[in-house]
Design a protein around this ligand. Sequence first.
Ligand SMILES: NC(=O)c1ccc[n+]([C@@H]2O[C@H](COP(=O)([O-])OP(=O)(O)OC[C@H]3O[C@@H](n4cnc5c(N)ncnc54)[C@H](OP(=O)(O)O)[C@@H]3O)[C@@H](O)[C@H]2O)c1
Length: 280
Amino acid sequence: MGRLDDKVAVITGATSGIGRRTAELFAKEGAYVVVSGRRQVEGQALASSLGPQALYVSADVAEDEQVENLIQTAMDKFGRIDCLFNNAGIPGKAGGVENLEGGQINSELAVLINGVLYGMKHVAPIMKRQGSGTIINTGSIAGQRAGYGVSLVYSLAKAAVIHASKCVAMELAEHKIRVNSLSPGAIVTGIFGKAFGLDDAQADADGATDDLLDRFNGAQPYPRAGIAEDIARAALFLASEDSEFVTGTDILVDGGMIAGRRWSETMARWEGLSQALAQT
Ligand SMILES: NC(=O)c1ccc[n+]([C@@H]2O[C@H](COP(=O)([O-])OP(=O)(O)OC[C@H]3O[C@@H](n4cnc5c(N)ncnc54)[C@H](OP(=O)(O)O)[C@@H]3O)[C@@H](O)[C@H]2O)c1
């Protein structure tokens, strides 16, 4: 028996990375999955690999009507939506406040904030009629703490997603609809290659992220790199009945990255201080 047997989940940003791995895990746990993203070849290939319980629907989340169509198509096909995972995202252009350009701010916010708002807007009436549902929005450590994102727009957008999730959780709790955000730390996916200007195919290619597995090993106190599976498992928790009493919160999945300083670093500083004091 799967943890999501007979549930219907819609996942945006499922053509690669975290969304793709989550779609695979949800399907394995018995869910019907509607996978979305703009890249049709990748989306269709994923849906085919998951079998008849999956459907691919193309949507640009920055466009309200396309998100509406995604939700409506999922309803037409499966008759209900138990989980919406608003996961689509882009890295945002690296740079600080002096590098901002008007068009860039708006186009990045349109994906990172509007996309999440459109998803919640269109699924809320459906979940209200059902009297149940769970919405998961992808935040980030960059939205939790300053200094963890290289794009100002990305960081503020993720902070907005985390806060919007709490606001909508309050609005929908009485209808037994749960809304939470999930904030990944450094997770090995193609988003980093995309941030450095690789095209999607190069960034997401098999082996393209192998180097990051080594580089991210020591990025957080827990001694291994974060992978898409880590986020997929947390999304599974939020999508399943195991989290029935969890709403209006942000779940960090970051190997302890923003909790504080590594113990070994603290002790090294302590040793350094104690040696310095011993010499005085
Ligand atoms: N990896 C990390 O370290 C990390 C850390 C914190 C937060 N996150 C967040 O996790 C989420 C997933 O990222 P990822 O790491 O898995 O990166 P990824 O592999 O690049 O996945 C991004 C997904 O978003 C989709 N997407 C981008 N723009 C879109 C648009 N306008 N409309 C619809 N879909 C769009 C992409 O599909 P198409 O190109 O086919 O449209 C792709 O499926 C993002 O929200 C990201 O900000 C990642």
